[in-house]
Design a protein around this ligand. Structure first.
Ligand code: G4P
Length: 281
């Protein structure tokens, strides 16, 4: 599988983000709780040096709760504040205001010493495409004020969304570029649907998912698909048979079975699953 992010895009996005970060006190970084490392770009650590950091484990409703807790500890150990959220339903969003004040208490104290009272914390939401930035901004701000779209960097003429007397949000999210040096990262991003489906080999991807489930969540395969196979191809064929995925002439339609399995995973029908753990990092 060969997935590329153009270097030209990357340089431009990085430059734009550097400028925007100068304007803010706090970086709110969204990661996908099912793949918290693969869905982040560690360059943000350098770009955001000296800024307060809040990591949101978004889509935590789709991820394994034990792993969510392990990932929260992982990021906390790195000096970030962490909140588990479901931006779609709004779960977890209420606790963010308090955590923001805690994360920025040094800045607030510094302002106070200088006689500046009630200057709001300025924050920027960042993350790779599809991680849920627009959904988060819309739910958190309580109105449809973030535009969806995958343009890297931040549009000019920044607008601030005043959320309350102590917090302002840059209206457009900062789009980070995913990293693909590691093939496993590409596979995980493809599985969560962050990479254009058209450039993927679905059968290969489905077999990667089956391989992962066989080793980490074997009960999922037996419970949902009654799978007894021991190798991924045989597993995919069993799913095709069980779900009557047949092509003309009665052959198994592995492409349809692959789409079905991947869709079941993405929509949470396979249960709450996390594809990587802090121990692997
Ligand atoms: P982006 O700005 O970072 O690119 O992401 P965006 O908000 O567009 O969200 C990408 C997809 O992720 C959307 O689904 C959105 O509904 C979903 N999403 C965002 N946050 C959460 C969450 O916490 N939990 C769950 N389960 N899903 C979340 P979509 O399929 O593109 O659209 P739709 O089905 O919601 O219409």
């Amino acid at each position: 599988m060969n997935i590329q992010w153009y270097p030209g895009h990357m340089t431009k996005a990085k430059r734009a983000m550097k400028e925007d970060i100068k304007l803010i006190d706090l970086i709110i970084e969204l990661v996908d709780a099912r793949v918290p490392l693969s869905s982040r770009n560690p360059d943000i650590d350098d770009l955001g040096a000296g800024k307060a950091r809040l990591v949101l484990l978004n889509k935590s409703d789709l991820a394994d709760e034990r792993c969510n807790n392990a990932w929260a500890s992982y990021f906390e150990e790195k000096g970030c504040h962490v909140v588990k959220v479901n931006s779609k339903s709004g779960a977890g969003l209420k606790s963010i205001n308090g955590v923001v004040l805690e994360a920025c208490k040094e800045k607030i104290e510094r302002d106070r010493r200088r006689g500046i009272l009630n200057r709001p914390v300025r924050a920027m939401v960042v993350g790779i495409p599809n991680v849920g930035k627009s959904t988060f901004i819309n739910s958190f701000a309580g109105k449809a004020c973030a535009k969806t779209g995958n343009k890297p960097g931040v549009t000019k003429g920044n607008q601030w969304i005043r959320l309350n007397k102590s917090l302002e949000l840059l209206d457009t999210p900062g789009i980070l570029w995913p990293r693909f040096e590691d093939q496993q990262v590409g596979i995980r991003l493809a599985l969560i649907g962050s990479i254009n489906d058209e450039i993927l080999n679905k059968e290969e991807l489905a077999m990667e998912l089956i391989r992962f489930l066989m080793s980490s969540y074997p009960q999922v395969l037996s419970e949902r698909y009654d799978l007894s196979a021991e190798d991924p191809l045989e597993g995919l064929m069993q799913i095709a048979r069980a779900r009557a995925c047949l092509a003309r002439g009665g052959e198994l339609d592995l492409n349809r079975a692959s789409n079905l399995l991947i869709e079941d995973f993405r929509s949470g029908k396979l249960g709450r699953l996390t594809l990587e753990t802090p121990q692997q990092s």
